[in-house]
Design a protein around this ligand. Structure first.
Ligand code: SAM
Length: 328
């Protein structure tokens, strides 16, 4: 590592350690010196106070225009215009080697779905951003639809400002399925064929969504899981870099950034969520925030020995007794 990176990094670690001992000072206005900024108001105002090329990563889940308690449902074209304003400002504040990760699902219109990633794609392209991955985030919980298949994924749309972007796969590698596999022919025959640090996690990510019995759940209706943001922070930023979330919600992005000694900044318009975000940031700094461990497998009721995984109507006794269907 070069000296001009190593010195700020060491200073950053020192400052964070002091913050952990004293609790963290959360600024309400942006300054490059802040470790954490929670701006109480519209993200466009926070963005206006930020200099060009100051953020290494923008990661967010914007309102989806579906009438949640924190948003007013707009005509789709008006919603897209609003998004364009925010994305354009995010692009201005992005460093040349930086990233934008826009996590979205579907907007629904009279029962028909509009995939927001597709609707937003032309906006990112017009701004000169380049898509690197459209990551599918799969989860198991959500509404049960009657007239279509229930939605069980959303996407994280990763764009970079230039071709010369910072990316480090090593901190986010995952265990291989067959770590003992060796090359069986060619000059490397007999050698292990896997990277000993683990494999690339791929572009389908399986993380439980934050519903009622998730350890991270707050009263916010649609939080990111911390582990999802961590994967982006660890692969796309270096220590002491700045991460921005224009639609901060319960503060997950700042939490994930600070847990890894990065700086985090965000805006939120709902006072209740601002308080939740501040409390979570302080807990994260003190190491007391409940966070789902990264290596915990996704809950499997059968593996956990839960009895209710067998439907009663499949059992022989029920069939014999004709409990469910009257015999004619
Ligand atoms: C989908 S939620 C984000 C949740 C967040 N990812 C988390 O983990 O908690 C979107 C948030 O953006 C906030 N919001 C909506 N419009 C905003 C604006 N113009 N500026 C700042 N925040 C806004 C909403 O109140 C809501 O909390």
């Amino acid at each position: 590592m070069s000296l001009d990176r190593a010195i700020p990094q060491a200073l950053g670690t020192l400052i964070l350690t002091r913050a952990m001992l004293k609790g963290c000072k959360i600024a309400t206005k942006y300054s490059a010196r802040n470790r954490a900024t929670v701006y109480d108001g519209n993200c466009l105002d926070l963005l206006a106070s930020m200099p060009d090329e100051s953020m290494q990563l923008v990661v967010t889940s914007p309102p989806y225009n579906i009438g949640k308690e924190y948003e007013k449902r707009l005509r789709l074209s008006d919603y897209l215009d609003q998004q364009r304003d925010v994305i354009s400002e995010c692009t201005r504040v992005l460093r040349p080697d930086g990233h934008i990760c826009w996590q979205v699902g579907n907007y629904t219109q009279n029962g028909s779905i509009v995939p927001l990633d597709a609707a937003l794609y032309p906006i990112f392209c017009d701004l000169g951003l380049k898509m690197r991955n459209r990551i599918v985030w799969h989860f198991e919980h959500g509404l049960h639809c009657k007239n279509r298949f229930s939605g069980r994924y959303e996407t994280i749309n990763w764009y970079t400002k230039t071709d010369d972007y910072y990316f480090d796969l090593d901190p986010v590698r995952v265990p291989q399925k067959y770590p003992g596999k060796r090359h069986f022919k060619g000059p490397k025959a007999g050698e292990f064929s896997c990277n000993p640090l683990g494999k690339n996690p791929g572009d389908v990510w399986v993380f439980p969504n934050v519903k009622s019995n998730h350890v991270e759940k707050t009263s916010h209706p649609c939080q990111f899981p911390v582990e999802l943001v961590e994967r982006l922070v660890l692969s796309m930023t270096r220590e002491d870099d700045s991460v921005l979330d224009p639609f901060l919600g319960a503060g997950t992005t700042i939490v994930a950034a600070m847990m890894h000694n990065r700086r985090g900044h965000g805006a939120e318009i709902v006072p209740e969520y601002i308080e939740i975000a501040k409390a979570r940031i302080n807990q994260a700094v003190r190491g007391t925030l409940p966070v789902r461990p990264k290596d915990r497998p996704v809950f499997d009721p059968k593996m956990a020995g839960k009895k209710l995984t067998t439907a009663p109507w499949l059992s022989k006794e029920w069939a014999d007794a004709g409990t469910l269907f009257e015999k004619e």
